[in-house]
Design a protein around this ligand. Structure first.
Ligand code: HEC
Length: 122
């Protein structure tokens, strides 16, 4: 079997994205992508709900941080030491970051409605 580094190099050579490579390696019991920090997430994020709730979600670091604060403020989630929190946020942002293809591309300027606040061009 190829070691992960070899698979990664091969996959990049074939033009595949990093996420499609990493997505192949998941923890069978939780479904978490195996990448740096995943154990911290397994240890802290599946006590109250399934891992699927985590892996179905995605977003920026700010999104994940706001979810953690929301769970800490009212859902009984414990406080993390700064190192653990950073590890968890890095892992989530890296592996469950904003979806590239879930947002439509920005409209061209000629597709936008008239903006009454934009200064009139002559
Ligand atoms: C102490 C309990 C507890 C722990 C531990 C916990 N959560 Fe939650 N979490 C909740 C509750 C309660 C909800 C709301 C569940 C529901 O809506 O069914 C929730 C919901 C969520 C959601 C869905 C939010 C939404 O918008 O619907 C995500 C994503 C999530 N948690 C991620 C995490 C992550 C990441 C961790 C680890 C850092 C974690 N949870 C650890 C209690 C917890």
């Amino acid at each position: 079997m190829l070691r992960p580094i070899a698979v990664t190099v091969l996959a990049f050579g074939l033009g595949m994205s990093a996420s499609s490579v990493l997505a192949a390696e998941v923890d069978p019991s939780t479904g978490f992508i195996i990448a740096p920090g995943w154990e911290s997430v397994r240890n802290n994020c599946v006590a109250c709900h399934s891992a699927t709730l985590v892996t179905q979600n995605s977003g920026s670091r700010e999104h994940w941080l706001s979810l953690i604060r929301w769970m800490q403020d009212g859902q009984g989630l414990w406080q993390f030491d700064p190192l653990t929190e950073n590890t968890i946020l890095n892992y989530l942002t890296e592996n469950y970051g904003p979806k590239q293809d879930a947002r439509r591309p920005a409209l061209r300027i000629d597709e936008l409605p008239v903006n009454p606040y934009r200064a009139k061009q002559s």
